[in-house]
Design a protein around this ligand. Structure first.
Ligand SMILES: [Zn+2]
Length: 145
């Protein structure tokens, strides 16, 4: 999903939220919801050893129709569960707001994936990714021997 959609949605929800919660929590919600795609840039920078945001955005635009071009850690079930457990352990209202921001972001991404029939185009779980990579490796390795 385009960053502008995330920022706009988060902005609207933040304005509503700021009427009921402290500004710091509303800001935490906004930042978590708008900046979650930073994991895409981290992936791009690590893979291509390139720190250009513009090139990273062009890359992800070019692989939009390619199934599972990258593992975006912040977009996985394990990340959400980990953040949820951290939130529960800390009882921090700021972390609750951040978790809500992450959930809103992922709900938008999930809605788009369902609407465009691209649910399988993304790794939604690190465990699934590891399982599939292990399977591919064992097939590849058995062919070489
Ligand atoms: Zn996203």
């Amino acid at each position: 999903m385009r960053p502008t959609v995330h920022v706009t949605t988060a902005g609207i929800l933040t304005v509503v939220m700021a009427r009921f919660v402290p500004v710091a929590e509303a800001l935490g919600f906004f930042l978590a919801s708008s900046l979650l795609d930073v994991d895409h840039f981290v992936y791009y920078a690590a893979r291509f050893r390139e720190m250009s945001l513009r090139k990273a955005m062009a890359y992800f635009e070019s692989v939009m129709n390619v199934p599972r071009p990258c593992v975006c850690v912040c977009h996985t079930l394990e990340f959400v569960v980990g953040l949820g457990l951290l939130t529960l352990a800390s009882s921090s209202r700021l972390l609750v707001a951040c978790l809500a921001g992450v959930v809103v972001h992922l709900a938008l991404d999930l809605g788009e994936a369902i609407a465009m029939d691209r649910l399988s185009y993304r790794w939604w779980s690190l465990l699934e990714y590891g399982w599939q990579m292990r399977k591919q490796c064992s097939i590849h390795c058995s062919r070489q021997s």
